[in-house]
Design a protein around this ligand. Structure first.
Ligand code: SF4
Length: 473
């Protein structure tokens, strides 16, 4: 029995194979090349898109953009790894005409072109709109946490810094005492005074840094700081607390393409519905928009503004349930509103009168005498009387509830729409890894490239390479 044998590495060829013959006609690199070639890079704001007449010729930004799009599609994000691919990967050789830029050139191109990448990402959305891949009929909004380029050990809070400051002060005091005692007794052999002074200076440096960080937190009114990545925040994720950015996406329900994305520092999604919906409406250039989001986006004030802005939102209300006692207590739905008297009627038939406004909520309270003698009190409240906190935008919550009851399928469509892009972005584009670039600007750069790669791949899957090529030429 023999093994299959490959060609000898020294084998010559009468008609050498060209690079183009090695790339199949329906390969994704051909779409990347065609797409980048049809862009106006100077309009999109890429550096060196217009060349100078003097000096050494730079790399063409279209070649470096092709390289990054290819890299993000293949889960290769590091500039050093992209440099290596230029030297060994036939697909990249075809894409760049065998150019081999070094990692510094590759990294610098990404660093300098953040806004141009965001503009290119938007341009591809417009291409998808023209190709009718994005209809704008229904958009699902969702957020996901992406780990920042920083360790959780860099996380500090005012309390943590104050504690560290107290420890540093104690240590500095101890070293100063040792030096004082040595000066007084003039004994030099027991301790190494130079080493003590060096340690003291190091502690004083740490103390200065600590005080500067505390002042920084106070000035910016922050409750936390990541020392090496000040833009990032410690956020709750499925894997526990992580130093992250909260990435918001608006995904078109027709083919699950990302219409709009934002990298935010918000630890929760509670304030994101309105800004993301407004930005999506602007990208789609529509007067009206229909959006669906999960209960994390529940915000009565924003529900009301969305209605005014002609945004038809489908978001389940996230209401606190009155279950603080040992057994579940009467929920607020058990109380009936009476508009004539602006009061609520409790399950025992007593009135809860309007008392005051507190942090955007109206408080209604029952009479203490009614509750004291009430046979249902153990099911209603553990306090001396029952209070109801009614949101100032209760009407908007009620209208939202009606909309959701009329279109119960919205939550199923929402789930099916947003899970697809985030799953792909995290696993296939980012390889379940964290951002490589520092700062909010770095995260925005990487996310623009990631979303562009996702949309490109998705469009190719929906249309097929040949049809994409036909639309691009
Ligand atoms: S405890 Fe007070 S509010 Fe509750 S059911 Fe009885 S009377 Fe009504």
């Amino acid at each position: 029995m023999h093994y299959k044998k490959g060609e000898a590495v020294t084998q010559g060829s009468l008609f050498p194979v060209s690079l183009d013959e090695l790339i199949p006609a329906d390969h994704s690199v051909r779409v990347i090349a065609a797409y980048v070639e049809h862009l106006s890079l100077s309009t999109l704001g890429f550096t060196k898109a217009v060349t100078k007449t003097t000096g050494r010729p730079p790399y063409d930004p279209s070649d470096l953009l092709k390289l990054y799009l290819y890299g993000y599609l293949q889960r290769i994000r590091s500039s050093r790894r992209l440099e290596a691919e230029c030297q060994r990967n036939v697909e990249v050789m075809w894409l760049l005409g065998r150019l081999t830029p070094d990692f510094k050139t590759i990294a610098e191109f990404r660093r300098l072109n953040r806004t141009a990448f965001v503009a290119t990402c938007r341009e591809f959305v417009q291409f998808c709109r023209r190709a009718q891949l994005i209809t704008g009929e229904l958009v699902a909004i969702d957020g996901s946490k992406f780990q920042a380029a920083a360790s959780h050990r860099q996380y500090v809070t005012p309390a943590k810094l104050a504690k560290q400051q107290a420890v540093l002060e104690q240590q500095i005091h101890r070293y100063l005492t040792v030096l004082d005692q040595q000066d007084q007794t003039e004994k030099t052999e027991s301790i190494n005074a130079d080493a003590v002074r060096a340690a003291l200076h190091a502690l004083q440096d740490q103390q200065r840094q600590n005080l500067a960080q505390q002042a920084n937190l106070r000035e910016q009114n922050l409750t936390q700081l990541i020392k090496t990545e000040p833009d990032a925040r410690m956020m709750r994720t499925a894997a526990g607390k992580q130093v992250s950015y909260n990435v918001q996406t608006a995904v078109d329900a027709t083919h699950h393409l990302i219409v709009h994305h934002e990298v935010t520092q918000a630890c929760s999604d509670n304030q994101q519905l309105l800004p993301v919906a407004l930005a999506t409406k602007a990208v789609l250039e529509q007067d009206t928009l229909r959006v669906a989001a999960d209960a994390g986006y529940s915000n009565g004030e924003q529900f009301a503004v969305c209605e005014r802005e002609q945004i038809e939102a489908y978001v389940p209300a996230n209401r606190a349930v009155n279950n603080q006692g040992k057994q579940p207590l009467f929920d607020r739905r058990e109380f009936h509103y009476e508009p004539a008297t602006d009061s609520f009627r409790c399950p025992n038939g007593k009135a809860l009168q309007r008392k005051q406004m507190n942090k955007g909520a109206i408080i209604y309270a029952a009479q203490e005498s009614d509750c004291r003698s009430c046979p249902l009190k153990s099911q209603c409240t553990e306090a001396s009387r029952r209070y109801l906190n009614i949101h100032a935008h209760e009407d908007a919550f009620a209208r939202m509830q009606v909309r959701l009851q009329q279109r119960p399928e919205m939550m199923r469509i929402r789930r099916a729409t947003v899970e697809h892009p985030f799953g792909n972005l995290k696993q296939w584009i980012f390889g379940n890894g964290r951002f490589l670039l520092w700062g909010l600007a770095g995260a925005e750069t990487e996310m623009a490239l990631g979303c562009m790669a996702y949309n490109l791949k998705r469009a190719m899957n929906v249309l097929g390479v040949q049809k994409m090529m036909a639309l691009l030429v």
